[in-house]
Design a protein around this ligand. Sequence first.
Ligand code: GLU
Length: 473
Amino acid sequence: MADTHVRTRNAPSPTGVPHVGNTRTALFDYLLAKKYGGEFILRIEDTDQDRFVPGSIEKIYQIHDLLGLVRDEDPVVGGPFGPYIQSQRLEIYQKYASLLVGIDAAYPCFCSEERLKSLHEKDQFAKYDRFCRKLTSEEAQRKIAAGEPYVLRVKLPETGFTIWHDLVQGKLSLPNNECDDKVIMKTIGIPTYHLAVVIDDHLMKISHVLRGVEWMASTPVHLFLYEALGWQPPTFAHVPLLLGPDKSKLSKRHGAKSVLEYAEDGYLPEAINNFLFYLGFSYKDNSEMLTLDKMVEIFDEKKIQRQNAIFDIQRLNYLNSQWIKKMPIEDLFLRLNTYIPADWNDEKVKQILALVKERMFTLRDFAPAAEYFFTAPVVSVQSVLDQSGHSEKETVSWFETVKSVIKDISDFNSTVLHDELAKAQAISGFSPKEAFMSLRVAISGRSVTPPLFDCMVILGKDETLKRLSAIIS
Ligand code: GLU
């Protein structure tokens, strides 16, 4: 690595919101570049206009921004090797396509859609039968001159093996006769992925092509093109798939969403990054909370896991809860803004946050846990009696005692409340559980809350008295 200037790229196709697996790959690309002080580049691979989904490019930016994957070069900031959108580079591809035909590394194919379809009907996995490869160049020229539509196909070797060392998968060897003479240029003069990716990775001086393993089978085609053009290929690193806990292909049913949806669901970008990192990289017991900087420090491209990674949403929940616990209240408060009603008092929200953050898994958990502090709950008498274990009369009398104790407290804090109410409970005939659980339900409507006296302090003396009066009457 010492003499390589590392440049990596995330090269999504704008065909929808990137899947969590693509984002994991983008993170690894970023880490690899930053580990070696290199550049992380975003290139939009939009040669397949039929699959273009409006809005997806914006989502790609949003994902990078959310996770802090700062781009050194991209379609907006530009860079020395732009443009960074393939649809703006068509002339470049056309030039190299002609060159490839000229050196007999590509050939025109005149086969009709119907003919290709019938090949596939016979065998779904059929490769192109190389029919047009047999045409002489005179025959091909005659057809072109006559205006017959054609595509260009790569002229792969028919024998031998393509061998390369993959940074993740190790030494790989694929028999050439299993590879397809892929289309590299479509009839309309637009390249396919296979041609564009090679040309761009070369011209953009990409040192490492770190991408999903689904592209591994295409690598012989790419390597052939590098060789034909006399270019040094980059280092390839094919990262494994993400699978659901049942080992099937990851899908929505396993809780997989786009990273933007997780953020909307109240997951912190720090936790999402952390989670993605462990999907393919192991560090200590995989529960350590890692910042992006720390990930850069410990990332090692040679230690990316080769086996498929299991996507477990519980791990994301765990990491998110850890990050929430660790985050200072002021910071956490700023993250809450879209998850709470606008009229909730900021100071009160912060006080409650300090009490409930230990139990939050996502930012969305806050509002339901805090609601009763802002709106008096409807409390059923029966739910209070269930906790008190005493008659209605005795319970009312206990609450009256509590009210009078509270009224006399001038310094309304949880220590004083604890001391004074414990004294009152001791002579009440109620056990501590009966006394304080009934009180808890009476003021909050719930049997599970943060410590009772802390809750009373946040509610304030007046509101606590009001809620007791309400249940008494
Ligand atoms: N455009 C391809 C995709 O969206 C990128 C493949 C590659 O990284 O070479 O997955």
